[in-house]
Design a protein around this ligand. Structure first.
Ligand SMILES: [Zn+2]
Length: 127
C-alpha cells in the first residue's frame, strides 16, 4: 500500500521536525472516505494520545491529495507536541469541581485546537 508508506514517511518527518521522536506512533490507515470520531461524528484524521507511555495511534483516512494528508499528519503531530501541556491541564482540571472542570476542559480543548491549527498553517504550504 503506497499511500500508507507515504503516511509513515511524513509521520517520521514531522516527528523529527517537531522533536517528538520519543512518541511511539502506530498508524491505523483506513481506506476512507472518513473515520469515526464518535457515535455521531466522523473526521479524516485523529490521534489518540497515551502520555503514560508516550504511545499514540494515528487514525487516518486515505484516498486524498498528498498535501492534504500531510497537513493532517502535521496537525495531529502538533497535538502530540502539546501532549505534556494537555496532561498538566487535565491533572489541574481534575482537582476542580465538576462544573469548573468541564469548563476548564472545554476551554482548553478550544485553545489547543486553535493553537494547533495556527501552527499547522505556519508550518505547511497553502493548499
Ligand atoms: Zn486538532
Amino acid at each position: 500500500m503506497g499511500e500508507k508508506r507515504h503516511v509513515l514517511a511524513r509521520l517520521a518527518y514531522w516527528q523529527h521536525r517537531l522533536g517528538i521522536q520519543p512518541w511511539r506512533v502506530t498508524v491505523n490507515a483506513v481506506a476512507g472516505p472518513h473515520i469515526r470520531q464518535s457515535d455521531e461524528e466522523t473526521t479524516l484524521c485523529r490521534i489518540e494520545r497515551n502520555p503514560d507511555d508516550l504511545s499514540a495511534v494515528l487514525h487516518v483516512a486515505l484516498g486524498r491529495a498528498p498535501d492534504e494528508l500531510d497537513n493532517d499528519i502535521c496537525h495531529e503531530c502538533l497535538h502530540l507536541l502539546l501532549g505534556e501541556t494537555n496532561t498538566l491541564v487535565q491533572m489541574l482540571a481534575g482537582r476542580l469541581g465538576a462544573e469548573a472542570r468541564r469548563l476548564a476542559q472545554d476551554q482548553w480543548r478550544d485553545v489547543e485546537e486553535r493553537l494547533v491549527s495556527m501552527l499547522q498553517r505556519a508550518l505547511t504550504p497553502d493548499t
